[in-house]
Design a binder for this molecule. Structure first.
Ligand code: IDP
Ligand code: MG
Length: 236
């Protein structure tokens, strides 16, 4: 068991390192490099931990040993790390969504999909700020009412990151008019009319970039490697 585990772990470490160099153009985060480094440094400690696990003849102790393994060991799986060029989108729960207690329901849907939350804050925007956010709609008859509404209460502003998050975020949200949103989408399941459609999502890469910088200062955006990334992404 011990030698098998060690071989497998070494192979995984090598695989991670070769993956990092093979896909150098994909490796965008320092976290990924840190992950490979953690894997290597863990490699040296592995025999001790394995012998701890292996000294047990009962499955119970083996399980205890396995649970006691540090996070770095968890990375030592025969899974290639896949760091795609991650995009970010701006998602906001509007005052109706916040007041209706739908924050956790909405965050849950983005989390379950595998997207990563990189910024979040609850703010009551001023009317002029709302006007900036919806500047592309300034000629529409509902613009004034829309800006009044967005500034009428707390908005949960977020940035989500992941492969295809801009387009897929819009899919999770559903069509603008909840009467036309498919069941299973956020608006389809949780809203009824277009004037109270509970959520906003950037509609393209340019809008995403502009909206993120309108709502967040650069230092409010976090950079980290999520534990689930090595399972949510991969190539076979
Ligand atoms: P989106 O939120 O799906 O991107 P947009 O066309 O960008 O839709 O419109 C922004 C917001 O303006 C909508 O989410 C909705 O709250 C509001 N809105 C859009 N069309 C109408 C309308 O016909 N009447 C009232 N409000 C509207
Ligand atoms: Mg829009």
């Amino acid at each position: 068991m011990s030698s098998h585990f060690y071989k497998s772990a070494s192979r995984a470490a090598r695989s991670l390192l070769s993956s990092a160099s093979k896909h150098r153009h994909h490796v965008v985060s320092e976290g990924r490099t840190a992950m490979a480094a953690a894997t290597v440094s863990y490699k040296g400690k592995l025999p001790a931990l394995v012998s701890f696990c292996d000294s047990s003849t009962t499955s119970n102790k083996w399980i205890t040993g396995a649970l006691a393994l540090p996070a770095a060991a968890y990375m030592l799986q025969d899974q290639e790390a896949y760091a795609a060029q991650m995009e970010r989108t701006f998602i906001a729960i509007k005052p109706d969504g916040v007041q209706r207690g739908l924050i956790s329901e909405i965050i849950h849907r983005f989390e379950r999909k595998g997207f990563k939350l990189v910024a979040i804050k609850l703010v009551v925007p001023s009317k002029s700020f709302a006007g900036k956010h919806y500047h592309d709609l300034k000629d529409r008859p509902f613009y004034n009412g829309l800006c009044n509404f967005l500034s009428s209460g707390p908005v949960l502003a977020m940035v989500w990151e992941g492969e295809g998050v801009i387009t897929y975020g819009r899919k999770l949200i559903g069509a603008t008019d909840p009467q036309k949103s498919e069941p299973g989408t956020i608006r389809g399941d949780l809203a009824i009319v277009v004037g109270r459609n509970i959520i906003h999502g950037s509609d393209g890469p340019e809008t995403a970039k502009n909206e993120i910088s309108l709502w967040f200062k650069p230092e409010e955006l976090t950079n980290y490697t999520s534990n689930q990334e090595k399972w949510a992404y991969g190539v076979n």
